[in-house]
Write a protein that binds this ligand. Structure first.
Ligand SMILES: *Cc1c(COP(=O)(O)O)cnc(C)c1O
Length: 464
């Protein structure tokens, strides 16, 4: 009779008191590390769970087990839930893994403004209140050729702000082919509705012509909107309206054109053997009135939403009440400024990690994968090197791949090995391809090589 209260009560009497549990030798280090107050709380929780387990028909845990469990919970609490992982997937802009790693200069810039005070909103010459909006914005104007620029929290926010400020209660014309879902449930038609703008769909899924936009425009039209396809691609019988034609129409009607580039790029992706990704400077040159893009996709900087374009429109966005709700923090602004300076100095390919990873030569990837395989074979772990493909990710350049050389591990249970890699410390995220566990050196910083070998060894032995 597992639920008979009498024997359960007897068993529960066998549990130690909170004080005795805390005094257990196995818990001493954890108590010292995390403090007595937190340790007491956790000890109470462990004992409560043990009591509940007994009532549910479980056995009486040993004192040592209880101490280990309390120590484990304290360690987990102390680690928090957000920590670094090794990205061995070969997906360079991995949204689930924090998108773009920052350059050394960007990391130093964050440290320098985080450690003390800064002139975030202070005009040092005048000795009075200044604007946080000047910092990265002059650089953005110079790099993109735009008149005005504004930085907000992320690109979704940038788009929402632009639609709210310029089109609330009025109509926004967009091609049916561009009503995309970007990921994480972010759908362009939903954002449009939320902003209070009325969505006017034109064209068809695969083909939209300039005449479709012209026919839809009327006195209620606030914006012509173009949205980058982001994470998918249209092939076959398709037709898109070039931005310059939308701009010509918009200007003849007196209606601004908003170009949401998603990732956007300041560098020419075709120079790296990739398909062309629209460049921000090209959209500005083509006459788009506003262009929005992300700080942490191909730009390779911190999470931010970047808006460039006509100063008159940017000023409307800057003064809209939502701008405050979407404002960017000093750490992101510092990192963005440092990232943009790499572009200004023509050193983005060497300094910005996303571009460094894109431009890694196959020989260096092959050398690293071979060194990993040799190190693991020395530890009796069967490892080989295979040809594979890295991807850009982050909703940019769908279907585009970069040839790479990767480490391949033939394990009886690839799922068990990837799970052990993910739950190790540090966690390693890998892929399974043709029943092998694949680790791509492209997205692993060389300074993590030794850590990675140890992590793979531990995961292999834990699952062997
Ligand atoms: C990624 C993306 C967004 C959202 O950008 P976040 O910086 O993630 O908010 C918006 N539009 C397009 C086309 C995108 O690809």
């Amino acid at each position: 009779m597992p639920n008979d209260p009498a024997p359960a009560q007897d068993l529960r009497r066998g549990l130690p008191s909170v004080e005795r549990l805390l005094a257990s030798p196995r818990l001493q280090e954890a108590v010292a590390d995390h403090g007595r107050a937190l340790a007491t709380e956790v000890a109470r929780e462990v004992l409560a769970d043990a009591r509940a387990g007994i009532v549910a028909g479980g056995r009486l845990p040993e004192a040592g087990e209880l101490a280990c469990e309390a120590a484990r919970r304290l360690a987990a609490l102390g680690r928090g839930t957000l920590y670094p992982v090794i990205n061995a997937t070969g997906v360079i802009i991995h949204t689930n893994l924090g998108r773009a790693p920052l350059s050394a200069a960007a990391r130093r810039a964050i440290e320098s403004v985080a450690a003390g005070y800064s002139n975030l909103e202070y005009d040092l010459t005048a000795g009075e209140r200044g604007s946080r909006y000047i910092h990265a914005e002059r650089l953005l104007c110079r790099l993109t050729g735009s008149e005005g620029a504004l930085v907000v929290n992320n690109n979704a926010g940038a788009l929402f702000l632009a639609l709210s400020a310029l089109a609330q209660g009025r109509e926004v014309v967009i091609s049916r082919g561009q009503l995309v879902e970007i990921g994480g449930g972010f759908r362009i038609p939903d954002v449009l509705r939320q902003s209070g703008a009325r969505l006017v769909e034109v064209g068809t899924t695969n083909r939209t012509h300039i005449a479709d936009y012209r026919a839809a425009a009327n006195s209620q039209t606030a914006l012509l909107l173009r949205v980058h396809y982001s994470n998918f691609r249209q092939l076959g019988f398709t037709a898109d309206v070039p931005l310059a034609e939308m701009v010509a129409l918009g200007h003849s009607l007196g209606v601004p054109v908003l170009d949401d580039l998603g990732s956007g790029s300041l560098l020419d992706t075709t120079l790296y053997g990739l398909a062309p990704e629209p460049m921000v400077q090209q959209s500005v040159a083509a006459g788009a009135d506003l262009v929005t893009f992300s700080g942490d996709k191909l730009l390779g900087g911190p999470q931010a939403g970047l808006i460039v374009g006509r100063e008159e429109l940017v000023a409307q966005l800057r003064h809209h009440p939502l701008a405050r709700a979407l404002r960017v923090g000093k750490d992101a602004l510092a990192a963005l400024q440092a990232t943009l300076l790499h572009y200004l100095h023509g050193e983005a390919e060497q300094e910005v990690p996303v571009w460094r990873m894109i431009s890694l030569p196959l020989e260096s990837l092959s050398a690293r994968a071979t060194a990993w395989a040799n190190a693991l074979r020395d530890r009796d772990i069967p490892a080989s090197v295979v040809q594979a493909h890295s991807t850009i990710g982050g909703g940019s350049l769908p279907g585009e791949v970069l040839p790479t050389c990767a480490l391949a591990l033939a394990h009886p249970s690839p799922d068990a090995l990837t799970a052990a890699l993910r739950t190790g410390l540090p966690p390693v995220v890998a892929r399974i391809l043709a029943d092998q566990v694949i680790l791509d050196p492209r997205t692993v910083p060389p300074e993590a090589d030794a850590t990675l070998i140890d992590a793979v060894t531990a995961a292999w032995r834990a699952t062997g």
